[in-house]
Design a protein around this ligand. Structure first.
Ligand code: 5GP
Length: 193
């Protein structure tokens, strides 16, 4: 029996406000039949409009601890005071089925995935400048001043990890240009080009 080709695992990171969501949405619009987005578990409260099971699985800290103890996460990390984790069985089974899987995760978790699954493809999205990132984060207006400051501080730390990723994309003025880079990385790494 011929073995089905395994999917490719993509690890996608970048500071909050850099436009990861927009780039992912474009990738999904074009290649949605080949890609699955992993839905993470988090202890953070849902934001307005977020749906349990779609954007995240919103769980308690106790439940999160239980899942760590049961080795249910491919990786997990703390970010801005909350816990986030990638469900391992879900991701592994999608890859087995030949789906390409995209993990949109922060840097600590990404380092764990790169170590555990070195065949993964890692991509970091950079802002054109730190000032621009600040402007975008404030413009989003979903967070208090204190939280924005905390996220900016975290962003500085995260950007320092960019060189450890295989690919870096700058999301500047032209989101379509950034998308073209992401698209060509995707095609190359899934052997469609
Ligand atoms: P947010 O709270 O804005 O949805 O996400 C905060 C950060 O956590 C983002 O950088 C996001 O990519 C990251 N994140 C989301 N899910 C996971 C996960 O399962 N694991 C890790 N390590 N980070 C995650």
């Amino acid at each position: 029996m011929q073995q089905q080709k395994k999917g490719t695992l993509f690890v996608f990171s970048g500071p909050s406000g850099v436009g990861k969501g927009t780039l992912n949405a474009k990738l999904f619009a074009e290649f949605g039949d080949q890609i699955a987005f992993s839905v993470s578990a988090t202890t953070r409260a849902p934001r307005e409009g977020e749906i349990d099971g779609k954007h995240y699985f919103f769980i308690s800290r106790q439940e999160f601890e239980n899942r760590i103890a049961n080795n249910e996460f491919l990786e997990y990390a703390q970010f801005a005071g909350n816990c986030y984790g990638t469900p391992k069985p879900y991701v592994l089974s999608l890859l087995e089925q030949g789906k390409n899987v995209l993990l949109e995760i922060e840097v600590q978790g990404a380092m764990q995935v790169m170590e555990r699954m070195p065949e993964c493809v890692s991509i970091f999205v950079l802002p054109p400048s730190f000032e621009e990132l600040e402007r975008r984060l404030r413009g989003r207006g979903t967070e208090s001043e204190e939280k924005v400051r905390a996220r900016l501080e975290t962003a500085r730390g995260e950007i320092a990890y960019a060189p450890r990723y295989q690919y870096q994309i700058v999301n500047g003025e032209d989101v379509d240009a950034a998308y073209q880079q992401l698209r060509s990385i995707y095609l190359k790494e899934t052997h469609q080009r």
